[in-house]
Design a protein around this ligand. Structure first.
Ligand code: NAI
Ligand code: NM2
Length: 545
């Protein structure tokens, strides 16, 4: 399956037209991203101006979006620096929203909910389809923004945007078919169920897939008739504004999708707000715990997409080439900053040396550097503290007896404008044991740990011996073994003979400390709607009194 859009690679008749497009397209010259709203009233006015050359992007305030336009937050005042990871340059200062601004955003969503929740599924479908079309049309602009603010390669950012519009298309398709059940009861009486929206949903996002996370949350939420207030990570506040503008342009009522910017305090105001009906969170486990505690106080349902330390099991009867490709996909997308990465790579001892040699060879060839260059395959990590954290994990791994087989060092590109960027060489660790910190903790960086195993029974037990349960993968040509092993894995998202592809049709989410609730697929509908049961009496009331 094609990594880019989950079609069968090479079938150009399908959606993979995008594959060829992304291979050949390059963004040239000056691009102006227009904006709607009080801050920038004209569609033609350049609000987010950028050029392809890393280091020249400039961003204009305001960065909140409410009631169909960009607005200055009415309170807050705390500021955060927003970086371009590729150059280490501060792009802008983020104004964190206070309690009043959060309330205004929630009230704006509440007002839009009144009209949106009364529309038919088909009407919602049309708005989502138009929004998907606009994202497709502006794919390169949005991908470039994502690369500038997140540091991932432009090739990957384009794929993220493709997955995003596919998500909107998918839920547009479902919106018109949301329905309840009809249940016959004795004496001609009957019951039926209605699938109703929840109200104002809050989305809180992480920084690794800023635009995609916003789409994975907003598409099912809006399809079900809800309104949303979204808070991106303060590290990546930019691209979601494009989504907000697109929803308005696509015909969504003003206030249906709002953006509040900020960090912990802003997130807390949102979670505590009495008019918020649901919280969908993507982020770390410790924050997930806090979100759940806050939600408990208001009896609000939550979806938690948290961290992972997923196993990837390579049996000796696999296709070695596919397994090596799979291991690279499982570890090095987005500089390794991926929650479902298969960072514990268990390799059957018989092929340990061959596999390891090949993985190391391929890892050494990964081109690290300016993420806006077409041939770059790994860009910069999100910020300096995170880069240093990843470095500490590698140092500790060495102290605990792991062997660095390649990479792990900081990388300083030759280009002088990139010298303050947050780069490192992707790293493969050998001689790993299950008790090492690098094997137990989520590193969220480009660090693969290789662990030998001898039997199926042993590897399944070791694979499950973790507090996390987000994903898992198996490479083997033995189909019975493949299904037996994934059935035994305690993880929400399992892959057989591939890893880290994201067809939006498939539900995604974790077991154990990796969270609960599902994004994508039909399953997400359950988490953005509530069921009303109506019992209809066709006869007389038989009273016991
Ligand atoms: N399962 C999944 O789908 C994904 C999980 N993640 C996980 O996210 C982590 C990295 O992302 P980070 O942004 O560093 O996580 P984080 O937990 O620090 O922050 C995530 C979001 O929560 C907000 N936040 C932080 N404290 C809060 C509080 N007390 N109340 C309300 N909001 C609060 C942040 O401002 C940010 O928007 C990794 O552990 C990774 O595994 C990341 C992406 C996807
Ligand atoms: C898109 N994919 C599968 C590589 C990662 C999605 C989960 C995340 O946000 O980390």
């Amino acid at each position: 399956m094609c990594w880019l859009c989950s079609c069968v690679a090479g079938s150009w008749a399908s959606r993979c037209a995008w594959f060829s497009f992304c291979q050949i397209s390059s963004v040239e010259g000056e691009i102006f991203l227009s904006s709607i709203g009080s801050g920038c009233s004209s569609r033609l006015q350049p609000c987010l101006a950028m050029s392809t050359a890393t280091g020249t992007f400039s961003l204009q305030q305001p960065l909140n979006y409410r009631a169909g336009g960009r607005v200055e937050p009415v309170d807050g005042g705390q500021t955060e620096d927003v970086y371009e990871p590729a150059t280490g340059r501060v792009i802008t200062k983020l104004l964190c929203s206070g309690e009043k601004e959060v309330d205004l955003a929630v009230q704006s969503a509440k007002a839009a909910f009144q009209t949106w929740s009364r529309t038919s599924g088909m009407e919602r479908c049309r708005v989502l389809l138009e929004a998907a079309r606009l994202i497709r049309e502006r794919r390169d602009e949005i991908a470039t923004l994502e690369t500038i603010n997140n540091g991932k390669s432009i090739l990957e950012a384009r794929v993220d945007i493709d997955i995003s519009w596919q998500c909107l298309e998918y839920y547009a398709g479902l919106a018109g078919s949301l329905a309840g059940e009809h249940i016959q009861l004795p004496g001609g009486s009957f019951g039926y169920t209605r699938r109703e929206p929840l109200g104002v949903c809050v989305g809180i996002g992480a920084w690794n897939y800023p635009f995609q996370i916003a789409c994975w949350k907003s598409a099912p939420a809006l399809a079900c008739g809800n309104a949303m207030v979204f808070k991106p990570s303060p590290f990546t506040p930019i691209s979601v504004l494009k989504l907000a503008e697109i929803f308005t342009e696509a015909g969504a009522p003003k206030g249906l999708f709002n953006v509040v910017q900020g960090g912990v305090a802003t997130g807390q105001f949102l979670c505590h707000h009495p008019d918020v009906a649901k919280i969908s969170f993507t982020g770390s486990v410790p924050t997930g715990v806090k979100i759940m505690e806050m939600a408990a106080k208001g009896i609000k349902p939550v979806t938690l997409e948290l961290g992972g330390k997923s196993p990837l099991i390579i049996f000796s009867d696999c296709s070695l080439e596919n397994a090596v490709n799979g291991a690279l996909m499982a570890n090095f997308l987005t500089q390794g900053e991926v929650c479902c990465n298969g960072t514990r790579v268990f390799v059957e001892r018989k092929i340990l040396d061959t596999f390891t040699k090949e993985v190391v060879k391929r890892t050494q060839k990964i081109k690290v550097g300016d993420p806006l260059q077409e041939d770059t395959r790994m860009g910069a990590l999100i910020n300096r503290p995170h880069l240093e954290r990843v470095q500490r994990f590698i140092k500790q791994a060495k102290e605990q007896g792991a062997q660095v087989l390649c990479g792990g060092d900081l990388y300083v590109p030759d280009d002088p404008k990139l010298k303050n960027g947050f780069y490192m060489q992707p790293c493969v660790l050998g001689n790993c044991r299950d008790d090492m910190t690098c094997v137990q903790e989520e590193i969220f960086g480009p660090v693969m740990s290789i662990l030998p195993f001898d039997t199926e029974e042993e590897v399944v037990e070791r694979a499950n011996n973790t507090k996390f349960g987000l994903a898992g993968g198996v490479f083997t040509r033995d189909i019975q073994k493949a299904h037996r092993v994934v059935a035994a894995l305690k993880a929400g998202m399992c892959f057989i003979n591939n890893y880290n592809i994201s067809p939006v049709e498939l539900p995604f989410g974790g077991y154990k400390s990796s969270g609960f609730g599902r994004e994508n697929g039909r399953a997400a509908i359950e988490y953005y709607s509530q069921l009303k049961t109506v019992c209809v009496e066709m006869g007389d009331v038989e009273s016991v009194f």
